[in-house]
Design a protein around this ligand. Structure first.
Ligand code: ATP
Ligand code: MG
Length: 609
């Protein structure tokens, strides 16, 4: 598959780097989530891309928690992210694994680099409030105003910065800023803040720190320390690249020798700068540090959903969904609980590819990728979601036959399973009509249908309750149609035709289960577009819980003909109904199944596309 595709622009960059020997043939990527929520399908694109490149080029892939913002981060998120990345098949430990890291482990090192920039006259402690800093930044057409603290003596900044670290100052009272260019047309270069005072408890470092690094300052250092070669991020960071480079260049200014990065640097081999201002600057600041290349690509976006963590958190906190792993969520954990396979997500990411232009992808692509994979691997089963009783009047009471039905009509190697047949069965309520139109290819008075893999039956009569609802259908069967085969032609050589084939379960053998059907969480392509609030576009009917479903007995326990699912989630095609999986909360006493996706794109029909 990959071979037929034109090489994407990132592969081309790496090809070029490898041919010029830029990184000595090294390819080292990373996925750097902030642990402030669960991962979503957009993150999957980034994971597949970064891990895919490491694998393709025989390189390494790191999972790094960018945990530099203590207020919003939690250990729960760290755990869920590790689980999701693993589930997707991106492995930071295996052959292409470069390891698992936390940016907070580099706080000490980052602090030392910041001190170095102060000593070099490239950073200063500023005492403007956040609001004043904003006001002084200028606009795209006007230059900013220099901070009154911009020219303060180096010694003073060093002292104040040390005291900021020691926790002497209240939140927001001081910042460390890079001294770059208040008139730069790139606003990111107008003396950006590197550190803020924040007395917050961090999920890993506790109360050890009272200052925390800003994203732009921290990110390049994290990449450098880990020896990342290609630092891939999304398009909105394009304007930050000059700052990414400025920070690393500023540290490297006056340094000399071989670039350090990766394990050597992480192990603390970086020497502390010696005295400032002595004979040769190269020996003063230590060896050059590794300077990775930032590369931007377009976010993976999908219609009919909200993706950013900020919005997903709101859905969870306001109770619009039932937690992060609600099967209607496009979080990785929601998709997994819904029965989506990692293979389907990987295929989708590969098909969508990597581009430089933002575009919103159609949800149908995801649904089709799911169908395509599940169709290949899911065993077929029969399940009746809205049952109606069928009695076969001419079938002997107490008799049970077992039919061997193929697990996958498209794949004989998937084997067959035994399904019990008896006098009383269930069929789908929708498969019977009292007064059917001609084009109704199912059961109706006097009509004949095939029961999948069993017999042909003809409706002889039916009964209704007081409300006029059909409660029972009485049929006869034709013993000559055993296994569902066509009956021999009648005496005049006329071939009998059947209206259609229905799925069914034997009443005495069926298991009772709850089945949850999901629809899209939002009714519009871009939720919130009209009113400004995506909550207004929530689909009020996005979940339907059916509590009286009757399922084929084989669904009760894992049977030998079921595939070995890497994640242990049992998945099936319920004939004619779609793909389903066993829900996390399912028990033997109360089995629960989720519908992953319908067999066909029913949404397109509804929407009149
Ligand atoms: P969100 O916008 O959903 O809150 P984020 O960008 O804040 O996401 P991070 O944890 O900072 O999430 O991102 C981790 C990595 O995932 C980053 O490298 C980021 O660029 C990438 N990423 C996030 N969203 C997408 C997306 N929709 N498509 C591709 N990559 C993404
Ligand atoms: Mg973010």
């Amino acid at each position: 598959m990959t071979e037929d595709r034109p090489r994407n622009f990132i592969q081309q960059i790496i090809d070029r780097d490898n041919s010029t020997g830029k990184w000595g043939g090294r390819v080292h990527t990373r996925f750097p989530p902030e642990p402030n929520g669960y991962l979503h399908i957009g993150h999957a694109a980034s994971i597949c891309l970064n891990f895919g490149l490491a694998r393709e080029f025989g390189g390494k892939f790191n999972l790094r928690f960018d945990d530099t913002n203590p207020a919003k981060e939690e250990a729960e998120f760290v755990e869920s992210i590790e689980r999701d990345v693993k589930w997707l098949g991106a492995d930071w430990e295996g052959e292409f694994g470069g390891g698992l890291y936390f940016a907070s482990d580099y706080f000490e090192q980052m602090y030392a680099y910041a001190v170095e920039l102060i000593k070099k006259g490239k950073a200063y402690v500023c005492e403007l409030t956040a609001e004043q800093t904003r006001e002084c930044r200028g606009t795209l057409t006007e230059p900013g105003k220099p901070s009154p603290w911009r020219e303060r003596p180096i010694e003073e900044s060093l002292d104040l910065f040390a005291r900021m670290k020691a926790g002497e100052f209240p939140d927001g009272s001081k910042t460390l800023r890079a001294k770059i260019d208040m008139a730069s047309p790139n606003m990111n270069l107008r003396d950006p803040v590197m550190y803020r005072v924040q007395h917050a408890t961090h999920h890993r470092t506790g109360d050890a720190w009272s200052i925390y690094p800003m994203y732009d300052w921290a990110h390049g250092l994290e990449d450098s320390i880990e020896g990342i070669t290609h630092s891939i991020c999304t398009l909105e960071f394009e304007d930050h690249r000059p700052l990414y480079d400025w920070y690393l260049d500023a540290i490297n200014e006056g340094r000399g020798g071989t670039a350090l990065g990766g394990p050597a640097l992480r192990a603390g081999c970086e020497e502390e700068p010696e005295t400032h201002g002595s004979e040769s600057r190269a020996t003063v600041w230590g060896p050059t540090i590794h300077h990775p290349q930032q590369i931007e690509f377009a976010k993976f976006l999908l219609n009919f959903v909200v993706l950013s963590k900020r919005n997903l958190i709101r859905l969870v906190q306001e109770g619009h969904v039932d937690g992060w792993d609600d099967p209607r969520m496009v979080t990785i954990s929601g998709l997994r609980r819904r029965g989506v396979t990692p293979e389907a997500i990987r295929t989708l990411c590969e098909e969508v590819g990597v581009t430089k232009f933002n575009s919103v992808r159609d949800m149908v692509l995801l649904e089709n990728a799911i169908r395509a994979h599940l169709n290949k691997v899911c065993p077929r089963r029969m399940a009746v979601l809205r049952p109606i009783r069928v009695v076969i009047e001419n079938y002997p009471e107490g008799q049970v036959e077992e039919f061997e039905i193929p697990n996958n009509p498209e794949d004989e190697s998937a084997g067959r399973r035994k399904v019990s047949f008896s006098r009383e069965l269930y069929i789908e309520r929708d498969d019977f009509m009292e007064d059917p139109p001609k084009k109704f290819f199912r059961l109706g008075p006097g009509r004949e249908v095939r029961l999948r893999g069993a017999y042909w039956i003809r409706c002889e009569s039916f009964s209704t309750n007081e409300a006029g609802e059909v409660v029972e259908v009485r049929c006869s069967y034709d013993p000559e149609t055993r296994g569902g085969s066509n009956p021999p032609p009648d005496g005049e050589g006329k071939v009998r035709k059947v209206k259609g084939t229905l799925h069914w379960v034997s009443a005495a053998h069926a298991i009772k289960a709850e089945v949850r059907l999901f629809d899209r969480l939002f009714t519009t392509e871009s939720p919130g577009k009209t009113t400004g609030d995506f909550v207004d576009d929530l689909n009020p009917d996005s979940v339907e819980v059916l509590g009286e479903c009757k399922l084929e007995a084989a669904l009760a326990d894992r049977t030998l003909d079921e595939p070995e699912w890497v994640d242990g989630i049992r998945r099936f095609q319920f004939e004619r109904l779609g793909y389903f999986c066993v829900d996390d909360d399912s028990t033997e006493a109360k089995p629960i199944f989720n519908r992953t996706v319908t067999l066909k794109d029913s949404w397109a029909k509804q929407a009149g596309k």
